[in-house]
Design a protein around this ligand. Structure first.
Ligand SMILES: [Zn+2]
Length: 276
């Protein structure tokens, strides 16, 4: 579920072509959890302080009690979805969830547990199971370490991984700035997307919410030009796969059958009213 931001990527692509043969695919195998955490922390720092990044990714400002309550609601929902991840599957680093205040229908995560969700995508949702489903999908990309492979395929990021390995903080900082757009739009494989749907759905069910959350959302947004889906082929298949996963598990089925409760619709409508 990533959107490519060409403005940030083009200069980098030109600059890094010559490094392609040397670095592609080499560094990413060396990405440890510690390196993921350092990379994510630097990305998050740049996103909040670099003026160009702030224009591209305006962090939500909770400057009224209503906005604060909304932000707390989303972050708490994300944390409770994360808490549903079995301990053995959780990385050693903590997660940080951030709202981006723009009318963009997208969410993304970067290595190291940094998850970002746009107010624009939340505005198109109908209930809490959909929001927790999308958050669970992003959390799963992190817990399943899908970005290691994605970084290996991106030559500019392979250079960054080498800098992490060399522990050169200035170089890391410089490369993160240059690669901000690439990091925010890491493209994972079709298989990884299905895997994130599957694990995200398990996490969602473990919170006691309707495990069809992401399938309901995808199904409704099909053909709507949703950025999330435009980079993800076959939304129909993905909806079908999640529906089958829920059908095959009796406790998931029970939660889905109880959707009048497990969607948590009225709470969601109330807590997100500030967006409308
Ligand atoms: Zn995804």
């Amino acid at each position: 579920m990533k959107t490519l931001r060409l403005g940030l990527l083009l200069p980098l692509a030109a600059a890094s072509v010559f490094l392609l043969t040397q670095c592609a695919g080499l560094g990413a195998f060396l990405v440890s959890e510690n390196d993921e955490a350092r990379l994510g922390a630097e990305f998050d720092r740049q996103l909040r302080t670099d003026p160009a990044a702030q224009k591209e990714y305006p962090v939500y400002v909770a400057n009224t009690p209503e906005r604060k309550a909304f932000q707390d609601y989303v972050v708490n929902l994300a944390q409770s979805t994360l808490a549903a991840v079995p301990a053995g599957q959780r990385p050693g680093y903590p997660f940080k969830f951030t709202l981006i205040d723009a009318d963009v229908q997208n969410a993304f995560a970067v290595p190291g547990g940094y998850v970002y969700i746009y107010t624009g995508i939340i505005r198109t949702m109908r209930d809490e199971s959909e929001l927790a489903g999308v958050l669970g999908h992003e959390i799963a990309h992190v817990t399943r370490h899908h970005y290691r492979e994605a970084m290996a395929r991106n030559t500019g990021l392979a250079v960054l991984v080498d800098a992490l390995d060399g522990n050169d903080q200035n170089k890391i900082r410089q490369l993160v700035v240059q690669n901000l757009g690439a990091l925010a739009s890491l493209r994972v494989s079709r298989e990884n997307e299905s895997d994130a749907d599957k694990y995200g759905t398990r996490y969602l069910a473990a919170t006691g919410r309707n495990p069809l959350g992401i399938a309901k959302y995808f199904g409704r947004m099909k053909g709507s030009g949703l950025e999330w889906l435009s980079t993800h082929p076959d939304p129909g298949n993905r909806v079908g796969e999640v529906q089958e996963q829920v059908r095959e598990n009796s406790s998931f089925r029970a939660l889905a059958a109880d959707s009048a409760v497990t969607n948590y619709r009225s709470r969601f409508q109330q807590m997100t009213a500030v967006l409308r």
